[in-house]
Design a protein around this ligand. Structure first.
Ligand code: SF4
Ligand SMILES: [Zn+2]
Length: 348
């Protein structure tokens, strides 16, 4: 039998064979329960109106694994191999909302709270019928009544009429209560086309722009995920392309850009790192991109602070730098760089 050399190559091969290379690098999934969301979170985000904060309830729904095989993705870890029957997702949501209602987040400074948002993140696309049965949309909309905004994620190729139907279901099921506005989170990842191709997202920048314009033309808000330090780009290209990517997102109608540091841990990126072909971003790269995004004043810009410490090279100033980014997330205003008592020069 001829060995599959492409599956063992240092870098992922181009085209369809990339899937096999990526899948081969994976470890086991985490145990998940089809009747329970796998994680819950309550946090603050700046409100879209600019008047204080939104209290954001995030439900990480358990469902079937996303059919795409993006090179940087680790969301498959908390997914099922089979599709859920209709009814399971509404049951997960009902339990999650009850739990989140009992878990208010820590107060955030003195900023007023003006809105309540619901994020339904499903480790894939909300409008993938194999992940969230479309029969469940009405019941989900019913449970979302009373939130000002419902945010779901979706691959740009699944943006279409089902989205508009859910937008209307959110309005119809509000029954005199607040009617949530729908926001879709699209992963552009990077506007650097050669890198985007090699990320195996099976999408071009033009596909993203098309999906985003469709949504904004139909009254659906757009949030964009961008990667800080994606692979397949030189160190000198990184700052240029994260800036360019933020501009492309806003040009396409996004009202929120979320900057996510690229992390190892999914097998594929670990392999590239071990071969010297990928490096996680230093904290400064995230800080610089965030400052640039805010300076544009074209929409909200958020920095993902989860597991942030791994990107820091200095114990002495990390706490202050994290606080600074958190404040910038909440206020949408740049703050002076934190001084380092150890003089690490990270902000030089
Ligand atoms: S489309 Fe999203 S969830 Fe699916 S593999 Fe790609 S990054 Fe992961
Ligand atoms: Zn320092």
């Amino acid at each position: 039998m001829t060995p599959d050399l492409t599956a063992d190559s240092i870098e992922p091969p181009a085209g369809r064979e990339a899937d096999a290379w990526i899948l081969r690098r994976r470890g086991p999934k985490n145990p998940t329960d089809p009747e329970s969301a796998y994680a819950l979170l309550r946090e603050w985000e700046p409100s879209p109106t600019g008047s204080g904060l939104a209290d954001v309830w995030t439900v990480f729904l358990t469902n079937r694994e996303c059919p795409w095989r993006c090179l940087m993705c680790d969301l498959w870890k908390n997914t099922l191999d089979q599709a859920l029957a209709p009814g399971a997702i509404p049951r997960q949501l009902k339990r999650a909302l009850r739990t989140l209602g009992d878990a208010p987040p820590q107060p955030a400074a003195s900023l007023p709270i003006s809105e309540r948002h619901l994020k339904l993140y499903n480790s894939g696309s909300f409008f993938d019928r194999q992940a969230i049965p479309s029969e469940d949309h009405v019941e989900i909309a019913r449970q979302a009544s009373g939130f000002h905004r419902v945010i779901v994620e979706c691959h740009p190729s699944l943006v279409g009429d089902l989205v508009l139907r859910f937008r209307d279901q959110l309005l119809n099921e509000s029954r005199g209560s607040i009617a949530p506005c729908l926001e879709l989170a699209l992963g552009l990842e990077t506007a650097h086309e050669p890198s985007l191709t090699r990320l195996n997202k099976r999408m071009t920048v033009a596909n993203f722009v098309h999906a985003s314009r469709f949504l904004t033309n139909h009254g659906v808000a757009v949030r964009v995920f961008l990667l800080a330090h994606p692979p397949f780009m030189s160190a000198t290209e990184q700052p240029v392309w994260i800036r360019r990517s933020i501009e492309v997102a806003f040009d396409a109608g996004a009202t929120v850009v979320s900057l996510i540091p690229t992390r190892v841990g999914n097998g594929a990126l670990d392999r590239l790192r071990d071969a010297g072909l990928f490096r996680e971003p230093p904290l400064e790269a995230l800080e610089e991109a965030f400052e640039y995004g805010l300076s544009l004043r074209r929409g909200r810009v958020l920095a993902d602070l989860w597991d942030l410490k791994r990107f820091s090279r200095c114990e002495a100033c990390f706490g202050e730098r994290r606080n600074r980014l958190e404040q910038m997330n909440w206020t949408q205003k740049a703050r002076p760089p934190a001084a380092c008592a150890a003089g690490c020069g990270s902000n030089a």
